[in-house]
Design a protein around this ligand. Structure first.
Ligand code: PMP
Length: 394
């Protein structure tokens, strides 16, 4: 029955990680997969998460089934985090999902089965799994201009021109902050223009926010979401707690629909519940309980935010130090990109040949075409990386 199956193409980011793990060079540096590592090179267990888990353990929750949509208290906290402390739940439908990827897959099913959408527009470039998730759900994927890799700049005018030419109702996936893979974001003024175009052309934005807190801060990074919501734009928001609470393996995210009125939101919530029920029935409980505990307790919330601030500051320091190392060494590479881009990634402009040399000769691993995950840098390896980049990019 299964003998006709052929070997599958490996995921390029996961294969790179495996190659890194196999590499026995003691100086190897992992700047590939999008994970936050601390100064010691470890994935952190945040203190706020540890304390919330201790509290939950003391309370001793039995492992019953949660509601299909996850806990209502978790959903209310997600809405506050995305749309602001004062947001009214009226007109919003939020369900807990299996990570940010699960939120995107649920959004894809909803777009196809309940809104009869057959297409989606993704930024060029974008996170590789976007294409796979939407195509896998039966949507045709198109791209809109986003980043000019030669000039190292956002293609804002070309992007607007593309949006202006889309048919009414077209679905456009937008990264509200810390664009993956380019680290290049829109300014608030540019977001206002995009939102105006979305309204005029009656387009439907799907915001994918997987790095809230890693750009300028939790509030600042939600600018586009809040501006769209204030403008009364119907939209979908997929968010993830993988990175900003370091809950990667617990698979915690949410999908929120901004629907305008309470009845529509209740109908939308029903549609999402039907889709969840028929695919995996209900979400895992542990991650949702942790985040709900943190977000509903002032002290834990404060602790989480300050830990997240420290993670963001560390990445920023690594950016500045690497950029200044390249500048002082007279690198031909545009070091300003590394300095100015935001979030976990930098689109360095290193070419395939340079990436290969970095890997072969220096055991430094970046994702093609030139995406560097900055949290892999620390005070022990940053000068080694700067010297290696200088050597390959002279
Ligand atoms: N969207 C983007 C842009 C991402 O980079 C990621 C994670 N790499 C996700 C969504 C999915 O996040 P999760 O790991 O929570 O599924």
């Amino acid at each position: 029955m299964f003998a006709h199956l052929q070997p599958s193409a490996a995921d390029p980011i996961m294969s790179l990680m495996e190659a890194y793990l196999r590499d026995d060079n003691p100086q190897k540096v992992n700047l590939g997969i999008g994970l936050y590592y601390d100064e010691q090179g470890n994935i952190p267990l945040m203190q706020a998460v540890r304390q919330a888990e201790q509290r939950l353990l003391t309370q001793g929750h039995p492992h019953g089934y949660p509601p299909i949509e996850g806990s209502a208290a978790f959903a209310a906290q997600v809405q506050r985090l995305l749309l602001g402390e004062e947001v009214s739940a009226c007109g919003l439908a939020t369900v807990q999902t299996v990570g940010g990827s699960g939120a995107l897959k649920l959004a894809a099913d909803f777009l196809r089965d309940y809104l009869s959408r057959e297409e989606i527009w993704l930024s060029d470039p974008t996170w590789a799994n976007h294409g796979a998730i939407f195509a896998g759900a039966g949507l045709q994927t198109h791209s809109y201009p986003y980043f000019d890799d030669i000039a190292g700049e956002l293609r804002f005018e070309a992007m607007l021109e593309c949006f202006n030419g889309l048919p009414a109702g077209a679905v456009v996936l937008l990264h509200p902050c810390c664009h993956n893979p380019t680290g290049t974001d829109l300014t608030p003024a540019q977001w206002r223009t995009v939102i105006e175009v979305m309204q005029q052309r009656r387009l439907l934005p799907l915001f994918d926010i997987a790095y809230q807190g890693f750009g300028d801060g939790l509030e600042q990074d939600a600018y586009a979401l809040r501006a769209a919501h204030r403008a009364g734009l119907d939209c979908l928001i997929a968010n993830s707690f993988s990175k900003n609470a370091a809950l990667y393996g617990l698979r915690l995210g949410a999908l929120t629909l901004c629907c305008g009125d309470a009845q529509t939101a209740s109908n939308a919530q029903g549609a999402l519940k039907t889709l969840i029920r028929r695919s995996y029935s209900c979400p895992p409980t542990h991650g949702g309980r942790i985040m709900e505990t943190i977000l509903t307790d002032d002290a834990l919330r404060h602790l989480w935010r300050s830990e997240l601030d420290a993670m963001r500051d560390r990445i920023r320091q690594m950016r500045l130090r690497l950029a200044s190392g390249l500048e002082q060494g007279g690198s031909a590479l545009d070091y300003r990109r590394i300095r100015d881009q935001r979030g976990m990634f930098s689109y360095t402009g290193l070419n395939p040949q340079q990436l290969e040399t970095l890997r072969q000769r220096y055991a430094i691993y970046l994702v093609a075409p030139g995406r560097m995950c900055l949290p892999g840098l620390n005070l022990n390896n940053i000068d080694y990386v700067a010297d290696a980049i200088l050597a390959v990019s002279r």
